[in-house]
Design a binder for this molecule. Sequence first.
Ligand SMILES: CC(C)(COP(=O)(O)OP(=O)(O)OC[C@H]1O[C@@H](n2cnc3c(N)ncnc32)[C@H](O)[C@@H]1OP(=O)(O)O)[C@@H](O)C(=O)NCCC(=O)NCCS
Length: 166
Amino acid sequence: MHTRNMAEKDAGVVAKLCTELGYPASEDQIRWRFRALTGVEDHKLLVVQDDGGNVMGWLHAHVPRLLQTDAVAEIQGLVVDETHRGGGFGRLLMTEAELWAKEKRCNEVSLRSSVARQDAHRFYEGMGCQIRTTSHDFRKSLEGHAPGNATTSWTAQLRHRGDRQV
Ligand SMILES: CC(C)(COP(=O)(O)OP(=O)(O)OC[C@H]1O[C@@H](n2cnc3c(N)ncnc32)[C@H](O)[C@@H]1OP(=O)(O)O)[C@@H](O)C(=O)NCCC(=O)NCCS
């Protein structure tokens, strides 16, 4: 097995894996998102292939530049084909992401994971990650509201932060 940078031709399999992750997406949607992200500094899109050249998983890492902390690499998405889990593909993707993070001068890798993903938590713990904090994910819908409309509200949604995370 080996990793390589994601390419536009991977959109179909990446979309299928995205759906397995719990974020249904069409091949076209992935293609557009890929085009928006590829080549953008501080984003890394990787796939892992088996020895036959089949894509078995993908990972998206990002280094947001913040005022309040030094650079930390965040894993934004990670999934391995559900019929091939436990075969080392996830570990290889994480290892490559860590190497990239070091190149970006990050001292840490972080990720947020839904409290429901117990299996993934065991994987992350095995990769040396530890839970540091638990937080809420505040959202505000911007649909159906004109800018400046006084009826917009922050009260609509309060979800656990992990609900929208990898
Ligand atoms: C989490 C995930 C990416 C791990 O990928 P994977 O290819 O199955 O993991 P690996 O085979 O590389 O496992 C690496 C190590 O973690 C361990 N591990 C993996 N899944 C585990 C589990 N459910 N429980 C305990 N240990 C686990 C493996 O035993 C292995 O340890 P070893 O190297 O000492 O043998 C994959 O299971 C997945 O896609 N899950 C569904 C989507 C998901 O939850 N993504 C993360 C969202 S936050």
